[in-house]
Design a protein around this ligand. Structure first.
Ligand code: DAT
Ligand code: MG
Length: 149
């Protein structure tokens, strides 16, 4: 089973979409194995978005992501990394397909509701930034034998 890192961003929480977003992940059949609500610190945000440090939007991105509570989580399932990227939608919500989280709820690239790791390598790196190993719970969802053949 693959694990990915997902985070409902401050706009998702402030707009009351936490439940809606969690629902979409659950209904897909994916398993949430760690989750909390917290205000991301400046240090954690800078580590998380280190690859974007030279980008013109870096400072506003850090300011936004630390501005209000977020909901980081570890999501597990078959192909979890790419499946979650598909559920999240394209980076710019103006271009994300309807049916995706960003496509259904967003309009601005700086307010795109959800983060989802872009590769298995990024997922591992980001999980280690946001969670300790003992925070992930080991369990199976009762419906999994109806989700997987
Ligand atoms: P993604 O979140 O789809 O992986 P990314 O890694 O390229 O996208 O960028 C990280 C975040 O930075 C993205 O979710 C929103 C913000 N961002 C990206 N491109 C931007 C831009 N051109 N202007 C403002 N914010 C941007
Ligand atoms: Mg990214």
């Amino acid at each position: 089973m693959e694990q990915t890192f997902v985070m409902i961003k401050p706009d998702g929480v402030q707009r009351g979409l936490t439940g809606e977003i969690i629902s979409r992940i659950e209904r897909k059949g994916l398993r949430i194995v760690a989750m909390r609500m917290c205000q991301v610190t400046d240090e954690t945000a800078r580590r998380h978005y280190a690859e974007h440090v030279e980008k013109p939007f870096f400072n506003s991105l850090i300011e936004f992501i630390t501005s209000s509570p977020a909901v980081p989580m570890i999501v597990e399932g078959a192909g979890a990394v790419s499946v979650m990227r598909t559920i999240a939608g394209a980076t710019d919500p103006k271009e994300s397909l309807v049916g995706t989280i960003r496509g259904d709820f967003g309009l601005d690239v700086g307010r795109n509701l959800i983060h989802s790791a872009d590769s298995l390598e990024s997922a591992k790196r980001e999980i280690a930034i946001h969670f300790t190993e003992d925070e992930a719970v080991l369990y199976e969802r009762a419906e999994e034998r109806w989700v997987y053949e």
